[in-house]
Ligand binder design. Structure first.
Ligand SMILES: [Zn+2]
Length: 531
């Protein structure tokens, strides 16, 4: 039975309350219809106005309103002598926000209007063209733009050419600037902090947008990295990579590669802890993050405080495994001048996987064991024999440390081997491990020349060759400090890693460090190169 038939049936008249409710419903329906009609009219109006826009900018009247608002704010400030330039900056920015938003909205609309309604893949004009509004979150606040779309009969797809021209993604409201800022903030700090920082910078970025955008941008970065690594598949690609270095080098140079790894804890199976436990599986997993850095020795200098400073260096970081590491590293090395280098020097700790990879990918490279790692291994023996940090341990180890610095590893191995029979079984086994470490790495332990060159430089008697050599690193400190920096951001626990994916975020971070941020965000090209 319909509403009206209830109302008209006098013999079975509905109770007063019901009749009142029906009247109210009818009134609401009429109101809604009116609203929809009015909104439809307003929308059609706005759409017609938007379609007519051919350039951005403000009207005289709008500029006047802005100036008046600004003057009023400045006048209020003048009454507060305790307020400083910071207050001024805030007020001016607030006053400018709406005018700037209007300019951005209109300029974006004009660009959308100027975009031909053609398929971006096959360039054919789209059919069944329609006009639709969307709201974009931008640096200046929400922008509403109308843009045409249509069907490509050839590609069998709907296309929104203006969205593409404006750099907007499907179903993601962030403008390219906000896409970039989300990526930047979240790769530098946890999203809950990023959200507050964004707010302080005057950006409307919700936690949800930040998370979603950072994830999308991370995937975009990974995709771009995969494309650049695909360059290695063709001869032309390799040639192109090698030619990206800045012209032929004036003098022969050494290319330094440092490799290291650290481990990260991830919760790959977030929310499934109980289910996994029931299957006797552990929900948390540790993954290795492999990292490397590449630089030319002649790009390494020193700060006034005698700290090593590398003006240009490339980084790679991945937790996808050794193969991806080597692909990324090889590409980075080519880009840093592998093709032109007089010699290649790889410095790392004693990890066997590193040297296996180096032998495979950089067979011509000279290998060097990090001096400090070698020394640590001797200290471990000394501490074990004489107690941690005791004077006896020190006096035992010092001659051996000296021998290492003089490239007399065979003497060190002899001393350790002689020592062995005098020890207890457990100590013998430990010592044997150390002896093997030195035996395996002996051919990578040449430090004498560099140490002598440094001494000569100190005393002012260095030859030209020694001046160059003195600059050569003895250890892999450059990559170790990079690892620590990545760990500061990425070695945190929590559900974050399942939401965004550490590989994607590390990929973003590495684009940033390599000074290639603009490859992801062409609008950022004008920013200072960050390395
Ligand atoms: Zn098409």
């Amino acid at each position: 039975m319909t509403n009206s038939s209830i109302a008209k049936d006098k013999t079975r008249r509905a109770p007063a309350k019901v009749r009142q409710a029906i009247r109210q419903t009818q009134a609401i329906n009429e109101q809604l219809t009116d609203n929809i009609m009015a909104e439809g009219g307003a929308l059609a109006n706005a759409a017609a106005k938007a379609a007519a826009l051919s350039k951005g900018g403000l009207t005289e009247a709008e500029i006047q309103v802005w100036v008046k608002d600004l003057d009023a704010r400045l006048a209020v400030m003048a009454q507060h002598p305790e307020q400083n330039l910071g207050h001024l900056e805030e007020q001016i920015a607030r006053s400018a926000k709406e005018p700037l938003r209007l300019v951005a909205e209109r300029a974006a609309q004009a660009k959308a209007n100027a975009t031909p309604c053609c398929c971006r893949d096959c360039q054919l004009p789209l059919v069944s063209q329609k006009y639709l509004a969307r709201t974009i979150d931008s640096r200046f606040g929400p922008l509403r733009i109308f843009r045409g779309y249509g069907w490509c009969p050839q590609c069998q797809e709907w296309h929104f050419p203006a969205d593409y021209a404006l750099g907007l993604a499907k179903k993601a409201p962030a403008s390219p600037y906000l896409q970039e800022i989300s990526a930047l903030l979240v790769s530098k700090m946890p999203p809950e902090q990023a959200c507050l920082v964004a707010e302080r910078l005057g950006l409307d970025l919700s936690r949800c947008t930040l998370d979603r955008e950072a994830r999308r941008q991370g995937l975009k970065a990974e995709l771009m990295r995969a494309q650049t690594i695909a360059q290695l598949d063709t001869w032309e690609g390799i040639q192109q990579l090698a030619s990206q270095t800045d012209g032929p080098p004036a003098q022969p140079f050494t290319l330094i590669i440092e490799i290291d790894a650290w481990n990260i804890r991830e919760r790959d199976d977030w929310g499934q802890t109980k289910a996994l436990r029931e299957q006797n599986k552990k929900p948390e997993r540790w993954h290795w993050v492999y990292m490397a850095t590449v630089f030319r020795l002649d790009h390494r200098g020193q700060t006034a405080g005698a700290r090593a400073l590398i003006s240009q260096r490339g980084y790679v970081a991945t937790r996808l495994g050794l193969d991806p590491l080597m692909h990324q590293l090889y590409r980075e090395a080519l880009r840093s001048g592998l093709g032109q280098a007089k010699q290649v020097l790889v410095i790392a700790d004693g990890a066997v996987w590193i040297w296996n990879l180096v032998k495979d990918r950089f067979p011509e490279a000279r290998q060097q064991l990090d001096l400090w790692h070698a020394e640590e291994h001797l200290w471990a023996v000394a501490n074990d024999l004489h107690g941690r940090g005791t004077p006896e341990a020190r006096s035992w180890v010092e001659p051996l440390l000296q021998q290492i610095r003089e490239d007399q590893t065979t003497l060190v191995i002899a001393t350790l081997t002689e020592l062995k029979p005098r020890l207890l079984q457990a100590q013998q086994e430990k010592l044997q491990t150390q002896i093997q470490y030195f035996e395996h790495n002996a051919h990578r332990m040449q430090y004498k020349e560099v140490i002598a060159a440094r001494a000569a430089l100190e005393s002012g008697t260095a030859t030209d060759e020694q001046i160059k050599l003195a600059n050569q690193p003895l250890g892999s400190g450059a990559i170790e400090s990079t690892c620590r920096q990545y760990q500061c951001r990425f070695k945190r626990t929590g559900q974050f890693w399942t939401m965004v994916g550490d590989e994607a975020l590390m990929c973003l971070e590495t684009f940033w460090r390599n000074g290639r941020w603009h490859e992801l965000y062409p609008h950022a090209k004008s920013s200072v190169a960050l390395n």
